[in-house]
Write a protein that binds this ligand. Structure first.
Ligand SMILES: [Fe+2]
Length: 493
C-alpha cells in the first residue's frame, strides 16, 4: 500500500477545487528532497538515451506513485506524464471516522493492464480505469457491475495459461472502513466474465497486500497490522502493528471455493513483502515465495498506544526471501516454518510472468547492499527503503535455466537518482545484470518514490485499441454505472 505518511492540516482544497491561498507544501520530510511533489502533467518527446534500446522492445512502461495534490501520477515512458483523479480530492479529510458514502481512496499503488485498459489500484478502495494511450481517467471500474467489493487488491494475478485475472479484497464485508474480517476472492475470465466469487473470514481484520496463485490454489498472506473500530472512532489510525500477533497464510481453492474451505497457516510475527512465485510441487504441496521483513515496515502505524518510530528505524529492518511449502491437507491453524531462507535483504521480487502458477527458477529483486556508500545528508532518507542495486537469483543453479526460455528478456527499471533529483529508466538484459544497462533513458524531471510498475507490449495495446473502439468487438471501456452496494445503503439512510 502506498502510504503518504502525513497530511497537511490546512488543506486548501474543497471538492477538488483550490479554496485557500496556501501555495507551499509543509516543511516535513514527506515533501522534501526526493519526496518533493512532481505535479507535472504533459508530454516530453525525444528523451536523451545512452546505449541502444533493443529493437524487439516496443511498448510502454507504466509507473505509478503517490503525488500530493494530484493524487495519481503515471508516466508514459518516452512521452507522457499524466495525472488521474480519483475521488480522494473530493473526500480528502472526511474519512478518518466515517465514510458518508464517499469512497476513501486514491488509486496510487499499482497499475496493471487488463483487457485494453489500465487499472489503477490501491487496496483500500475500488480500481479506476484509465486509457492506456491517453492516460485519461475513465472512472471507477466495477467489471461491468460484477465486482461490488468496497476494496480491491493492488496485486491482481494473471494466469498466463488461462488468461484469467485472480483478485481479492480484504476488509470487504461492509464499506471497507469498518474492520470487517471478510475476504473476497474473484476470478474474471479472459472474456471479462466473473466466474468465481468466494467469501472467507480472516482471524482478524488485517492487511493482505499481495497474493500468490498456483494452478489450484490462492495464497493470501495476512500481515499483523490490525484494524480497530474503537481506535478509528477515537480518531486513531486505521491500522496498528501488533508485535505479538502471528503472520498468517490463508490458502483457498481456485475453483468453487466455499467459506469453510479456507485454511490458515501461522508463523512467528513478521511483516510480509511482495510475492515472487507460487506453484504446486510433485507432492501437491504449495511452494510460496516472498520477502518478509523482521519488523514493522509501516512504522507510521505503530502498536496501539505507542508513538511512531521513524525512517531510520525502518531502514534497519532486514527483508529476507522466504520459501514456504504448505500442505493443503494440513489442519487449519497449523504452525509452519520456512523451508528455505535466502539471506539477502531486498524487496519487490519479480519473476518471468509466463511462469506465474508454474515451477520457476529465476527471480529479480530490488536489493539493499549495506556496503555501498550513501550520502544521507545530500539525498535524504528514501521512504521505501534504500534499494541500491538489482539482484538476479536462481533457486536451482542449473545452467540450462540461465539461458533457457525462462528469464529470457529484459528488465526495465526506474532508477531514482536521489543526488540529482532526476530519474532514469534502465533497460537491462535479464540474464546479465552485471553487464549493466543496454540503454539508459534520462528523464528531465523526478517522480516521487514508488515501487510498482509494469511494461505492456505495444501489440497488446494496439490490438485492444481496435477491440475497444466504437464498433469494435468489445466496445469502449465502461466506467461503473451505479454506486457500490455499501454506498447505496448510505443513500437509503
Ligand atoms: Fe505492492
Amino acid at each position: 500500500m502506498a502510504h503518504i505518511i502525513d497530511i497537511p492540516v490546512d488543506y486548501p482544497y474543497t471538492n477538488g477545487r483550490k479554496t485557500g491561498d496556501q501555495v507551499k507544501y509543509p516543511q516535513t520530510p514527506v515533501f522534501q528532497t526526493f519526496n518533493l511533489p512532481c505535479r507535472l502533467e504533459g508530454d516530453i518527446f525525444d528523451l536523451e538515451v545512452d546505449g541502444t534500446i533493443p529493437s524487439e522492445i516496443n511498448g510502454t512502461f507504466f509507473r505509478i506513485q503517490p503525488d500530493h495534490r494530484f493524487p495519481l501520477s503515471s508516466k508514459r515512458i518516452s512521452t507522457s506524464v499524466a495525472t488521474a483523479m480519483s475521488p480522494r480530492s473530493e473526500s480528502r479529510m472526511a474519512m478518518q471516522t466515517s465514510n458518508n458514502g464517499v469512497i476513501r481512496t486514491v488509486a496510487n499503488t499499482n497499475i496493471t493492464f487488463w483487457r485494453g485498459m489500465l487499472l489503477a489500484t490501491k487496496e483500500d478502495g475500488p480500481p479506476y480505469a484509465m486509457d492506456p494511450v491517453t492516460l485519461e481517467t475513465i472512472g471507477r471500474y466495477d467489471f461491468e457491475g460484477q465486482v461490488q467489493s468496497p476494496t480491491f487488491t493492488a496485486h491482481p494475478k494473471f494466469d498466463p495459461e488461462t488468461g484469467e485475472m485472480i483478485c481479492f479484497g480484504y476488509e470487504a464485508g461492509g464499506d471497507g472502513n469498518d474492520g470487517s474480517c471478510d475476504v473476497v476472492v474473484y476470478t474474471i475470465n479472459a472474456d471479462g466474465r466473473k466466474t468465481e466469487e468466494a467469501w472467507y473470514k480472516s482471524p482478524f481484520c488485517g492487511m493482505i497486500h499481495d497474493c500468490g496463485i498456483s494452478k489450484n490454489y490462492i495464497v493470501l498472506p495476512l500481515t499483523p497490522l490490525k484494524c480497530s473500530v474503537d481506535r478509528l472512532k477515537k480518531g486513531g489510525n486505521h491500522w496498528a502493528w501488533d508485535p505479538e500477533e502471528s503472520q498468517w497464510y490463508g490458502v483457498v481453492p481456485r475453483r468453487g471455493g466455499k467459506p469453510e474451505n479456507i485454511k490458515w497457516f501461522r508463523a512467528e510475527n513478521a511483516f510480509h513483502g511482495h510475492v515472487a512465485g507460487c506453484y504446486e510441487n510433485e507432492q501437491g504441496h504449495i511452494v510460496f515465495d516472498l520477502t518478509i521483513a523482521d519488523g514493522n515496515v509501516f512504522f507510521f502505524f505503530p502498536p496501539e498506544g505507542q508513538e511512531s518510530t521513524n525512517l531510520g528505524v525502518r531502514n534497519r529492518l532486514e527483508s529476507v526471501t522466504h520459501r514456504w511449502v504448505f500442505d493443503p491437507k494440513q489442519e487449519s491453524g497449523s504452525w509452519v516454518r520456512p523451508e528455505v531462507l535466502w539471506n539477502t535483504s531486498g524487496e519487490f521480487s519479480r519473476i518471468d510472468d509466463r511462469y506465474v502458477t508454474k515451477k520457476y527458477n529465476h527471480f529479480w529483486q530490488a536489493k539493499i547492499d549495506p556496503t555501498r556508500d550513501y550520502d544521507a545528508a545530500k539525498c535524504g532518507s528514501p521512504a521505501g527503503g534504500l534499494f541500491n542495486c538489482l539482484g538476479h537469483y536462481r533457486w536451482d543453479d542449473r545452467s540450462e535455466d540461465v539461458l533457457g526460455k525462462e528469464g529470457e528478456g529484459w528488465i526495465i527499471a526506474l532508477v531514482n537518482r536521489l543526488d540529482m533529483l532526476r530519474n532514469d529508466v534502465e533497460i537491462i538484459d535479464a540474464g546479465n545484470l552485471a553487464g549493466g544497462p543496454l540503454a539508459t533513458i534520462h528523464l528531465p524531471f523526478k517522480l516521487r518514490l514508488g515501487l510498482h510498475g509494469n511494461f505492456i507490449d505495444h501489440r497488446d495495446i494496439e490490438e485492444w485499441e481496435k477491440r475497444r473502439a466504437p464498433g469494435g468487438d468489445v466496445g469502449p471501456i465502461q466506467a461503473a454505472k451505479r454506486p457500490l452496494n455499501w454506498q447505496l445503503s448510505y443513500l437509503k439512510d
